[in-house]
Design a binder for this molecule. Sequence first.
Ligand code: BES
Ligand code: ZN
Length: 589
Amino acid sequence: MARQDPHSYTDLDQGRLTDVALFLRVDFARKKLHGRARLILDGPTTGTLDLDARDLAIERICTVDGDAIEYTLADADPVLGSKLSVDLPAATAAFDVFYATSPDSSALQWLEPSQTAGGVHPYLFSQCQAIHARALVPVQDSPRARVRLEAEIEVEKPLRVVMAASMDGEKPGSDDSLSTWLFHMPQPIPPYLIALAVGNIQAQEVGPRSAVYAEPEVLEKAAWEFGGVEDMITTAEGLFGPYPWERFDLLCMPPSFPYGGMENPRLTFLTPTLLAGDRSQVNVVAHELAHSWTGNLVTNADMEHFWLNEGFTVYAERRILEALEGAEFVALHAAIGRAGLAGAVKRFGQDSPHTRLRTELTGVDPDEVFSLVPYEKGFLLVRLIHETVGAERFDAFLKTYIERFSFQSITTEQWEVFMEEQLPGVLKQVDAEAWLRSPGVPANEPTFASDRKAAVDVLAGAWGQGQRPTKESVSSWSPEEWLLYLQGVPKEIDLSDCKSLDEAFGLTAQGNSEILVQWLGIGVASGYEPAIDRACAFLEEMGRMKYLKPLYTVLAANPTTKERARALFTKVRSTYHPIAQMVVETVLK
Ligand code: BES
Ligand code: ZN
């Protein structure tokens, strides 16, 4: 069978890792993790075993008895990294890799104290999805190769290590200044879900199986913002089956975290840009929670099937929100998502293969083609099937689907076979072939009726006729309606309109980052100075790629602001995550 994943050297015919045990020391001075990974195979294995590695310094590879094992580390491919071929002696069951990560590891961001809320201690975090686990530990870095995990991570006191795993406490380190933190993850997970963070981190319980972790300076705010999490978990359990990971803890990250959220099992990572003070962005929590079933139990086989993770999860997120907030609320979220999808399709081009759900990514870096397409087009397909077969049958299907493929990693083609078995004829009925393998959005997309959405659409649509929101007309608007409105008005407006909108509604001072960024896009494109200043300040405050991309793009669209964006990027570049740096570079090129 040989290699199956276009983004990995993994060949499961050679053997399969089942367990990874990490014994690592965190060295903030050298920006390195170093130590040993014990890799355990599913049975006695002989001969070549290809692993993935990226920028890892391999010191030696040994049998568990300490005898040297031969290996070759190939030159790096720009997308895949290096193939690490280990020449296993007869009937090897386990072996040790002694190694260190690189200060430039694409999986890690090392923060100076000044980049944290406290300003005193350094911070480290990992982000392995999509294909960066190999820059943290040499493994078969493909979602098809699930592993259990154990870890002992040593760090200087008083810093604390947290991992997406059962957190088993600490023991004394190898000297008085050090402490060793213990973890294990008994359930097999795809390597992209391996995650750790180190810093001045404290915890506050917010529910029977949830704590919020954060630096003490933001802990209280974060604990309040995410305090509704238990309701979400029980709601999700009703829809998808019992929560299978014991704990659902939340880690509020420093502002340079490049994503909104990351569904690391048992410990979701969240951007602090969600801390609006009004719980208005907790859909991201619902989303990462939903991945506990769609993604972490049922996993995409590789990034060509990413829509199975994200499309199903957006659908599941909105089912949770529908149960908690009602159909109208979800209709607004679906409309916001639909506008985002339209933007993505427009940027790629109607006919671009990147607008398919089932993609072909040989030679393509998944970070470079990341977009809303698998999320929102995927959501529309799942919702269309739901509506076609009816809620009752679809709910039953969902539970069966999750049970059937728990702890497995599947392709779109396997999913299609299962669909045909469970809901015969429905794929044809909805023309799933067009959804999966043709570009653009098919005409039979589901729609979401909402009076509030309709009212916002009317007002935004009448912009050209001179209609503007009044204090009265927007007094009952939710953040979603604001967002939808700002998505609906022209991308560039008169300066006088910028001023009056801002004076009336304080948009430049918005605390909801989604509304803020949507507004700043308009303000910057319109040459409105306060928006340009705020955009530049915001780009210094955080490194979430969802915001870096549009803000740098709109700044780069005009020669004077482009210069300013370039100067700004030169100044703050080193504070961004390595992947975010790459993304901004592409924008400013
Ligand atoms: N798993 C993703 C984040 C991700 C995707 C990281 C691909 C690396 C590669 C996570 O679940 C996600 O989708 N986060 C979204 C939030 C969501 C509400 C759409 C985000 O970061 O904005
Ligand atoms: Zn997701």
